[in-house]
Design a protein around this ligand. Sequence first.
Ligand SMILES: C[S@@+](CC[C@H](N)C(=O)[O-])C[C@H]1O[C@@H](n2cnc3c(N)ncnc32)[C@H](O)[C@@H]1O
Length: 287
Amino acid sequence: MLSYRHAFHAGNHADVLKHLVLMLCLQYMNKKDKPYTVIDTHAGAGLYALDSKQAKLTGEYINGIGRLWGRTDLPPALADFMAILHTLNQGRALHHYPGSPWLIDHIARPIDRIRLCELHPTDFALLRRQFKNQDRRVMVDQADGFEVLKAALPPPSRRALVLIDPSYEIRSDYMKVVAAIKDGLKRFATGTFLVWHPFLPTLDANQLPEKLKKAGAAHWLHATLNVCAPATQGHGMHGSGMFVINPPWTLAAALEASLPYIIQALALDERATWHIDQLEQKNSAQA
Ligand SMILES: C[S@@+](CC[C@H](N)C(=O)[O-])C[C@H]1O[C@@H](n2cnc3c(N)ncnc32)[C@H](O)[C@@H]1O
């Protein structure tokens, strides 16, 4: 039984990192005319109201996107992201925050195809309602994203971006993410794969980045943002990372210009840090 609802967390520091990286990768995909497919294996509800009772209960967005909203000195990639948020909020105050499906739909072109998977019945219903008028371009499945991915790769378009963004509320998600990447690379070595992961005081969470680095990709980038020191007790998330396989060559520079700014704005204590790590072996490929 799934209990996680992204509405409680929309717009927090982890979403800012995740969605900035997602935007940059999609913008790069748009530079070539050839159509591509986006597969969002863990889509959530698609779009979030920041005045909902869930968002108000945690207030997580206040220390996330709330600290960046209204700033006028943003680095270029963040300014692009903020412009998208202004479009979503129709130039008014910050009321809505995009989920990955809204962002993908907004940036991908009419020729591209989008596949969204969500298992939670309530969030699936919200997601389906959001895309009810887009039968051909956007496919919305109430299905296990890990299973859908196996069948969907390689895509007919031979160009694809895969976002794997579980809540990790089920411990087996850690193992499934690594298996999905290994299998995905076998089926479609040139795909761009994005994995979001949390920094939590647990062994599974700490080991995941190393497992992803050893999954067999010849070219990857790992960007992390820690907003405070790890909790000594409890399960608080002190940061998160985005692991990108076959990243755009422009991604590292864009993040190097953005992450120092973000960490300065979002830091909760003096232990806040950002980091970018990458591997680029000869003969790696990108569609
Ligand atoms: C972190 S949230 C997704 C947030 C979303 N990607 C975004 O950026 O806006 C994870 C979602 O995955 C859903 N979920 C959990 N296990 C799943 C699975 N095996 N397949 C598809 N969805 C799943 C949860 O119900 C939850 O809505």
